[in-house]
Design a protein around this ligand. Structure first.
Ligand code: BES
Ligand code: ZN
Ligand code: ZN
Length: 524
């Protein structure tokens, strides 16, 4: 196959500073003993602010409480203030972010995450070597100290991410501090450090997911993504199988092969396995849509915004990144990650409206719209998963429908399931991690939208049913048999989250990774 001339050279993750830089150290030494060029402080809105900040004032800025009052800074949610203090004759920048007043003693973790994000946005313009971070008590967010330390490290990494692989102007690259020292008042610093290390590992994994989604589509081809997954598997103790286009055709995966037919790039089907060492332990599968570029096929998309369709492999990227993290955190269950990878283009051999495709489980679908391709590749991957593994649950993630984005806007993924218990688990993980999902009704009434006169189903619903996100979920249902299943439509949230300071408004979000990892870690 001819190599694309558009693939400009790039290093597999080599230059992404947010993936490798940023050391996070937990310390319970006194403020006055620390050396840093910047001190960042997160505070709740409270009348006793100046008391709480007294040790800081004593060390860096004796007039602190007068100046904070003068600048009317009380710690309101969303607030940010930078001042300049000094210690031993050296200038020290002071950055304050507020999380607002607690309700019944508690402030939501999301407010804390965003305050941390605002701090990183502020300090990234300065080349600090060491930043001291003073946080509120874990209890303010209703967390134990270890979960709080993990959350802190994870968000510091997420907020530090920038996709700068192809930016040659060094001035435009963000400055990630070498070290952030997280101040702790507890005596169990070691346990907090271990939790912070786990958070950093998850944060880096999320940034890996984002990196692949942000990567130009002629670089993040099925072949390149599969190669990354293979190399990663070797490092993270996962088993890996990569099926190429010939294998896919031979195995009868007509959905994946059909979508790939219009592209010169071969499709790949990657299966990653994490084994906990107990074959009798529960086994769950994550399936991620991996359309590395979705031009819509012959039912071509409009030009405006088509460049964002490089994000159409965000489900696959989330699954691969989650497996990378799971391989290192080693939960006590078995986890299988499956990603069908393909382009959806318009070559001379492209599949056509009116074609009928046959899937891995023998079922057939009439193609009404070649732009409804995600469900076709997922159908094969889901059927493969339930046939080849004894599964306790399957969760698929897919940038599946524009309809879901229209319904929910950029802050919630759509969650569709008829399995209350599994949906409940997913919702718990969602609430714990801030990877937000919202249920849409997977009611039987919508099923009839997919009736076809020539095949088992049509791949696009008839227009009077509307509800494109739910109809797409119904297309997937025959491929999961009777395994408990949750479908997450991440089209709303995978790319470009406005106003969330630990994401970048023009980039991938890493949606789904926090949720999948939490689900695996809390399964038993
Ligand atoms: N990849 C798109 C869905 C999408 C939209 C992802 C916006 C991310 C952001 C998907 O393959 C698609 O085109 N779906 C069609 C389905 C329709 C033809 C039934 C859609 O949503 O319009
Ligand atoms: Zn499409
Ligand atoms: Zn798509």
């Amino acid at each position: 196959m001819k190599k694309s001339v558009v693939t400009i050279s790039f290093a597999l993750l080599a230059n992404c500073s947010a993936l490798f830089g940023l050391n996070i150290v937990v310390s319970n030494a006194n403020i006055s003993e620390q050396v840093a060029e910047c001190v960042a402080v997160i505070v709740e809105d409270s009348s006793s602010l100046s008391e709480r900040l007294q040790p800081l004032a004593d060390t860096y800025f004796s007039e602190l409480s007068t100046v904070l009052a003068h600048r009317k800074f009380t710690g309101k949610d969303g607030s940010l203030l930078t001042l300049t203090g000094s210690k031993d004759g050296r200038i020290v920048d002071l950055v304050f972010a507020g999380v607002g007043a607690p309700v019944a003693g508690v402030v939501s973790v999301e407010r804390y995450r965003r305050a941390l994000g605002r701090i990183v946005r502020t300090i990234e313009s300065s080349p600090y070597k060491t930043v001291l971070l003073i946080t509120p008590d874990a209890a303010l967010c209703g967390l134990d100290q270890e979960s709080f330390a993990q959350e802190t490290a994870q968000i510091l990494h997420m907020a530090s991410y920038q996709f700068n692989e192809f930016i040659t102007d060094k001035q435009r690259k963000v400055q990630v501090p070498e070290t952030v020292v997280v101040m702790s008042t507890s005596t169990s610093v070691q346990a907090e450090q271990a939790a912070a290390d786990r958070g950093a590992l998850i944060g880096r994994g999320i940034n890996t997911c984002r990196y692949w989604v942000d990567m130009p589509p002629s670089n993040a081809t099925p072949q390149h993504v599969a190669r990354y997954a293979t190399e990663m598997a070797g490092k993270c103790g996962l088993a890996v199988k990569v099926f190429d286009e010939q294998d896919v055709i031979q195995m009868g995966m007509g959905g994946l092969a059909g979508v790939s037919a219009g592209s010169d790039e071969d499709c790949k089907f990657v299966v990653l396995e994490y084994h906990c060492g107990d074959a009798a332990a529960p086994t769950i599968a994550f399936v991620g849509k991996g359309i590395t570029f979705d031009a819509g096929g012959l039912c071509i998309k409009p030009a405006a915004g088509m460049e964002t369709m490089k994000c159409d492999m965000a489900g696959a990227a989330a699954v691969i990144a989650s497996m990378q993290i799971i391989g290192q955190l080693k939960p006590t269950i078995n986890v299988i990650g499956l990603t069908p990878l393909s382009e959806n283009l318009l070559g001379g051999k492209a599949f056509k409206p009116g074609d009928v495709l046959r899937f891995y489980n023998g079922k057939t679908a009439e193609i009404k719209n070649t732009d409804a391709e995600g469900r076709l590749v997922l159908a094969d991957a889901l059927a493969y998963a339930v046939k080849n593994y004894k599964l306790d649950a399957v969760i698929d993630l897919a940038t599946l429908t524009g309809a879901c984005s229209m319904a929910l806007g950029p802050f919630f993924a759509g969650m569709m399931s008829q399995h209350e218990e599994l949906a409940g688990r997913v919702q718990e993980s969602s609430k714990r991690t801030g990877d937000r999902v919202w249920p849409l009704p997977l009611d039987n009434d919508y099923k009839a939208a997919l009736r076809s006169s020539v095949a088992d189903m049509a791949n696009a619903g008839s227009s009077e049913y509307k509800a494109g996100a739910i109809v797409a979920a119904w297309f997937l249902q025959p491929f999961v048999a009777d395994v408990p299943w949750v479908h997450l439509d991440i089209a709303p949230v995978a790319f470009r989250a406005p106003g969330v300071p630990y994401c970048r408004p023009d980039n991938a979000t890493g949606a789904g990774v926090r949720l999948l990892v939490d689900l695996a870690m809390h399964w038993q």
